[in-house]
Design a protein around this ligand. Sequence first.
Ligand code: NDP
Ligand code: HSE
Length: 444
Amino acid sequence: MSNPLRLGVAGLGTVGASVLKIVRNNAAALAARAGRPVVVTAVSARDRMRDRGLDLTGIAWHDDPAALAADPSVDVVLELIGGASGPAEAVVRAALFAGKPVITANKALLARHGVELARIAEAKGVALAFEAAVAGGIPVIKTLKESLSANHVTRVYGILNGTCNYMLTRMETEQLSYDVCLAEAQRLGYAEADPTFDVEGYDTAHKLALLTSLAFGVEVDADAIYVEGISAITPADIEAADELGYRIKLLGVARRTETGIEARVHPTMVPKSSAIARVDGVLNAVAIDGDAVGEIVLVGPGAGGGPTASSVIGDVVDVARGHAVPVFGRPVADLAPYERAAIQAHEGGYYVRLSVNDRPGAFAAIAARMAEKGISLESIVQRRRAPRSEAPRRDGAHVASVEPQPVILITYATTEAAIRGALEAISSDGHIASTPRLIRIEEL
Ligand code: NDP
Ligand code: HSE
């Protein structure tokens, strides 16, 4: 068998530690697939003294991850630190400039610097592989880059964040609080170092930016994506969705429209009967519509050490075998500029939750504002009268003060511009007591 492929691993956290364990435990099978032994020769992390359950005997340690690029015992650098800048960016740049292939799980880095890094990789003639960066253990990058080459892709969408899906599932099925579910996702190693990236939708947007580039042959542009996270979702929304035949999922959706690419990340009402509604817990799902294949849906674990390391090591085997494909599926010079379709042009149904002041004529005024914008209502549900609170008066008598009424509207398909215009008008009429809650409904 030929010379071993020698890996330098930057980052020994959830993903890095799992990579080391699999490389060691599955050495024989891996060598057979790679056509040569695969060994870890050098590592880097912050805390050298931390017990990681790993035997690092005989493996070189570097305090500075960028030193892996210059280490002559390293053929390939694995960047498993995370973050769009700082040490992760430094080690990737150093390795590429040194002419060493790079394998990374870092979607934040690629969403921001992907095109530029791909240019450097091309110029140096080395791989920059990132299967683990999107949907953890699901091999969606290879699927888009290679297996679906025959297709014009018209839409790609899915559940792309394991943390949020895990949280929404447990909030719905066990009525656990948002904070408890987030803490558990962190404990299980699903969340980003800063979980704001997960719950505010940015992590999904980073992944969607990469999928959009691969699907439509355009430059990566995470800033072009409309983003809303799950932090404003309440138990009342989850309960209402259930009663109306929906489940709430954080979706990333990108599709070609006549005015450009519409790419958006937001909590979404999906019909309970749809396949994606049944994707629970840390599972992710990615659906791809291609003109030749039709729709395919890939489902699997979207986060966690084992599944993510599985994708990282898939890339290692490609590098070991010299299997080379351009970073975003085609040479950087052939990527088209990103043309963005405005979110205001989005068309679909909407769930709207209003807290309506209980005055005569309020419902009629709300319905009139919707009608003015050409919005048809599929259903109106007045949830239940909140308990009357007894307010003591100065003269000692008691009068009942009525709390605002929760009212839920489901619209037929309309535009984002129309629904936002209607809600602005309703707010300025003074009929509602707080900011309306709006959740898009997706046709699947
Ligand atoms: P962790 O936070 O668990 O691990 C990060 C590692 O990086 C730690 O070992 C840490 O060292 C090391 N590190 C941080 N700063 C430095 C530095 N300045 N120099 C050297 N080492 C440093 O992250 P994950 O393993 O969860 O994630 C790693 C990457 O994989 C990220 O890009 C993430 O987005 C991505 N990813 C993660 C998934 C998951 O499920 N966790 C799934 C898919 C992708 P120390 O241990 O000493 O603190
Ligand atoms: N924090 C990410 C998630 C890790 O929860 O999906 C996988 O990219």
